[in-house]
Design a protein. Structure first.
Length: 434
């Protein structure tokens, strides 16, 4: 299950959510502020109106409310009534407030909703100026909405600007990723920290420490391979020479012959192990890639192995085009050809045929090595490049590492390796394209 996520998308989502929540908080705050201001202004207006009515010899007045009409902030209802006439007045409208001893603002609920009323008691009369509370709420909400509309209209532009700013500020992360992706496996120099923000400097610092440790491990591995090659090959070569002398002296001793074959197996295994270790240690040494003459390398491998082919009376032929140039690691290409030809010689019966084909077209260089051996079941092709894997117990000297070395070298040079049955010879056909 993939648990990866985009930091950029998360930041944009979080900023968008915060922006919407902030807008809701703003409209609520604007509503509360507008309502307080409206209450203050309209309260002063109601109080002033009641006092003006009181100064002009008021007469009894009863206001009328139309329940089908929506009133506005300028609509005020004035009622003047005598205390002794209150029982005779109509209470259907329900705007009259019980007699009070002190002037002030009062709230009371009627069938038309909640009313906000300023009551001014006089000696014989009570003056009251009323207004629906919902009128003030609607006005405050309208004012707050008018303040919020510009925010909503500009919100997409703000989010776009924030997204652009987030993308621009996260660009160093993208640059860091691109710098790492462009590096080869052998490019372990420290990353320069001057062009990156301080938030990712600890990561880059630890990455540089990791590069140092990898470089140290690679150097130690290369040194070990070099030391092992020197320490193992020299005594094995000397031991092999002594074995040849012993064989000449006691040619008829089967124990000595078996010991000689065992020594050959050990020597071959050591050579293959060292070759495989070098393949693993070198990785992608780009500085060693160069244009090489594929024909010359192939002929060199044939010259090294021709004696083994002649011993088994094998017809080893090379079909090649002229001037085949390949940009690759010379040591790896030599290892590929040497191991493929050597492998074919081992598993081709006496008097068999081995063909090595080198060809080049506009886009590819192809190497084909096929033989007249017993071949291999197609179901086993995927296992052929596994280390120490052998399809059957052969009497020939082998370690099960030859095709593993070939696969590693092909991968290092960005090639493709294929196994199939030879249509011409009937044995195994190995095809490599670069």
């Amino acid at each position: 299950m993939n648990s990866a996520y985009s930091l950029k998308k998360r930041l944009i989502i979080y900023v968008s959510i915060v922006s919407v929540l902030l807008g809701c908080i703003l409209i609520f705050a604007a509503y509360r502020i507008a309502l307080e201001e409206i209450n203050e202004i309209l309260d002063a207006q109601m109080q002033n109106l009641a006092e003006r009515v009181a100064h002009h010899d008021p007469k009894p007045i009863q206001s009328q409310v139309d329940i089908r009409k929506r009133y506005h902030e300028e609509d005020l209802f004035v009622d003047v009534w005598s205390y002794h006439e209150k029982e005779h007045l109509s209470h259907q409208l329900g705007l009259l407030v019980q007699p009070v001893a002190k002037a002030g603002f009062y709230k009371h609920k009627t069938k038309h909703g909640v009313w906000h009323t300023y009551v001014l008691p006089l000696k014989d009369y009570q003056i009251q100026v009323s207004q629906q509370k919902s009128v003030r709420q609607h006005l405050a909400l309208e004012l707050a909405s008018n303040m919020f509309i510009p925010y909503v209209l500009f919100l997409p532009i703000i989010l776009f600007a924030l997204s652009w700013g987030i993308s621009r500020n996260l660009k160093p992360l993208k640059d860091f990723k691109e710098e790492l992706s462009k590096r080869g496996a052998n490019e372990l120099e420290p990353i320069k920290m001057e062009s990156y923000p301080e938030e990712i400097l600890p990561t880059i610092k630890e990455m540089n420490y990791l590069f140092d440790r990898i470089l140290l491990a690679q150097n130690e591995q290369k040194q070990f391979v070099a030391d092992a090659a020197h320490e193992l090959r020299t005594p094995l070569t000397a031991l092999n020479l002594q074995m040849q002398i012993l064989l000449q002296q006691r040619q008829d001793d089967p124990a000595i012959a078996n010991l000689s074959k065992g020594l050959d197996r050990v020597q071959h295994l050591v050579i293959q192990l060292l070759s495989l270790a070098k393949q693993d240690a070198s990785l992608n040494e780009l500085e060693n890639f160069k244009a090489i003459d594929l024909n010359a390398i192939a002929m060199n491998c044939v010259e090294q192995l021709i004696q083994f082919a002649l011993q088994k009376e094998i017809d080893l032929g090379v079909v090649q085009h002229q001037n085949i140039q390949l940009y690759a690691l010379e040591s790896s290409i030599h290892s590929i050809l040497f191991n493929l030809i050597d492998n074919s010689i081992k598993y081709t019966p006496v008097g068999g045929i081995i063909n090595v084909v080198l060809r080049q077209d506009d886009h590819h260089v192809t190497i084909i090595v096929e033989d007249s051996g017993a071949g291999i079941d197609e179901q086993l092709y995927e296992k052929l490049t596994q280390r120490f894997y052998r399809t059957q117990n052969h009497v020939e000297v082998g370690s099960g590492l030859g095709l593993s070395i070939v696969a590693k070298a092909v991968e290092k040079n960005s090639g493709q390796l294929y196994f199939s049955k030879s249509e011409n010879l009937g044995g195994l056909k190995v095809t490599i394209t670069f």
